[in-house]
Design a protein around this ligand. Structure first.
Ligand SMILES: *[C@@H]1O[C@H](CO)[C@@H](O)[C@H](O)[C@H]1NC(C)=O
Ligand SMILES: *[C@@H]1O[C@H](CO)[C@@H](O)[C@H](O)[C@H]1NC(C)=O
Length: 117
């Protein structure tokens, strides 16, 4: 039996106008596979971009995964560095690589932007 898990990708922006960020479409991969999630800030001049995950489950909370500042390096949260990688902001775009995903990586992945880190 195959175990599938789902990444439901939604765009969320912390700044107005809402939906200024464009994310890659919903993705479903199998355990152990890898995927890149991308997000572009088309109409925005914000200086930092972030990835959050809302794990599946009733009492889940948004968890910060990675942040990048314009013209700086991206930082992945320490406990996730083994299989998450985040690009720098390239042009208006940031990419999150999930490498050899675990089942518990399932959830909704949100891209966000802010003026400071
Ligand atoms: C993710 O993007 C990186 C950098 O462009 C690329 O090397 C890698 O093959 C991509 N992985 C997948 C699973 O698409
Ligand atoms: C997710 O699953 C992996 C592999 O089973 C495990 O190593 C890791 O600790 C789990 N992470 C969390 C947050 O439970």
């Amino acid at each position: 039996m195959l175990t599938f898990f789902h990444f439901f990708l939604l765009s969320v922006s912390f700044s107005l106008p809402a939906l200024a960020l464009e994310q890659s479409p919903d993705t479903v991969i199998e355990q152990g596979q890898s995927t890149n999630l991308s997000c572009s800030k088309k109409k925005s001049t914000s200086t930092a971009m972030h990835w959050y995950r809302l794990p599946l489950g009733k009492d889940s909370r948004l968890v910060l995964i990675a942040s990048a500042v314009q013209a700086g390096k991206a930082t992945v949260e320490v406990d996730l560095r083994s299989h998450f990688k985040c690009s720098e902001i390239q042009g208006d775009k940031i990419t999150l690589l999930i490498d050899h995903a675990f089942l518990n990586d399932s959830g909704m992945y949100y891209c966000a932007e802010s003026e400071t880190q």
